[in-house]
Design a protein around this ligand. Structure first.
Ligand SMILES: *Cc1c(COP(=O)(O)O)cnc(C)c1O
Length: 367
């Protein structure tokens, strides 16, 4: 094992996708694998997704092209580009693209060449992030209608702001706005076959938002989109492990790591883990998070450094070389990504996605 290993259980990933697809009933499922598959590794995750669901989604055209370069051939949507994006290789690779403005639609058309772009028009229904402003939607629909001979408007879509709070009034408001935008597009003569709005949280809590496709990210990785929500029968896919690089005894009153932000109250044994914020382990995890050694939880003590951090082993029998689990499914007593998120005041998405640096990914269940 390297200094830090992200172990990814692709059997669990596929099982999660199948579970979500069953919740989505008649809608097709899109596996969202952006940002390196939320830290799990984009290409292996997408390859596994292809075995069980029809769609894969990523944010940027660059990510989509990387998937195609890996041999991926199935239905693939990307949705985030800046002006000046070179759509030619994207369209030539048969990737579905998103238009959020008239200018973007024109850029896509200008790059079409011999291809017939498959375009999903995106309406902003209240997230106030990406997507056409509602005031600009009629113009975007009209521009797409006029270009009908040269492209296919295959989808209309939007994204929720508050789906992780199922009772939040914004959810109903956004869905109503989406229905209105769809009706406007249909009145103007567009005939999209794919309407899509739901992310993971809406997939599990809001069947009325499923339409034709659901876009699932976090839940497919076995993490609950609603932190204290129902048990969905999903299994965390990622386990993060390292090994003790060193074990030593310190006396009462000795400080640990930069700034001596932790001082031993009694003589104890400390263990060194060769991973730090260079691998995306938050510096703030020091003195707050726990890891597991031989099934026992031990506290991270002192600040996390760039390449290493320290745990207080207390009286746990542990030797250099022993495995340390930072977080995982929780089955063997280790914390989960949700536990880390709760302690650090963030969301499970950030805990897994920010991992990087000198990490080695290993996979179970790859084919
Ligand atoms: C990331 C993303 C998703 C997936 O969201 P989850 O909450 O992880 O399921 C879906 N749609 C869009 C537009 C996204 O950016």
């Amino acid at each position: 094992m390297n200094q830090l290993e992200v172990h990814v259980d692709l059997d669990a990933y596929r099982a999660n996708l199948e579970r979500l697809a069953s919740l989505a009933s008649s809608a097709q499922t899109m596996a969202v694998v952006k940002a390196g598959g939320y830290g799990h590794g984009m290409v292996p995750v997408a390859r596994a997704a292809r075995e069980v669901v029809p769609w894969v989604g990523v944010a940027t055209p660059t990510e989509a092209l990387a998937l195609r370069a890996s041999g991926d051939t199935g239905p693939l949507l990307c949705w985030l580009a800046v002006p000046g994006e070179d759509y030619r290789p994207v369209l030539a690779a048969g990737i579905d693209v998103t238009a959020s403005s008239v200018a973007q639609l024109h850029e896509i058309l200008a790059a079409a060449g011999e291809t017939r772009p498959r375009v999903h028009l995106k309406i902003d229904t209240g997230l106030n992030r990406n997507g056409s402003a509602r005031s600009e939607w009629p113009a975007l629909v009209e521009a797409a209608r006029r270009a009908r001979g040269r492209l296919d408007v295959v989808g209309l879509w939007s994204h929720f702001a508050c789906a992780d709070e199922p009772e939040h009034p914004a959810n109903d408001a956004q869905q109503t706005a989406f229905d209105e935008a769809v009706a406007q597009a249909r009145d103007a003569g567009l005939e999209p076959s794919l309407l899509h709005l739901a992310n993971s949280a809406a997939t599990v809590t809001r069947p009325s938002s499923h339409y034709d496709v659901v876009r699932v990210g976090i839940a497919s990785y076995g993490l609950n989109p609603i932190p204290r929500g129902d048990d969905l029968g999903l299994r965390p896919v990622m386990t993060v492990r390292s090994r003790l690089a060193h074990v030593k005894e310190i006396a009462a009153g000795e400080g640990v790591s930069y700034g001596h932000r932790w001082v031993a109250e009694a003589p104890t044994r400390i263990g060194l883990i060769p991973a730090g914020y260079g691998e995306g382990i938050m510096r703030a995890a020091g003195n707050r998070c726990q890891v597991a050694v031989h099934g026992h939880r031990v506290p991270m003590v002192g600040v996390v450094c760039m390449d290493q951090f320290v745990v207080d082993l207390g009286d746990i029998e542990a030797e250099p070389g022993d495995v340390v689990t930072l977080f995982g499914s929780g089955d063997d007593g280790e914390p989960t990504a949700q536990d880390w998120a709760d302690v650090l005041g963030t969301i499970n998405y950030e805990i897994v996605t920010r991992l990087g640096g000198r990490i080695r990914h290993t996979y179970r269940g790859g084919r």
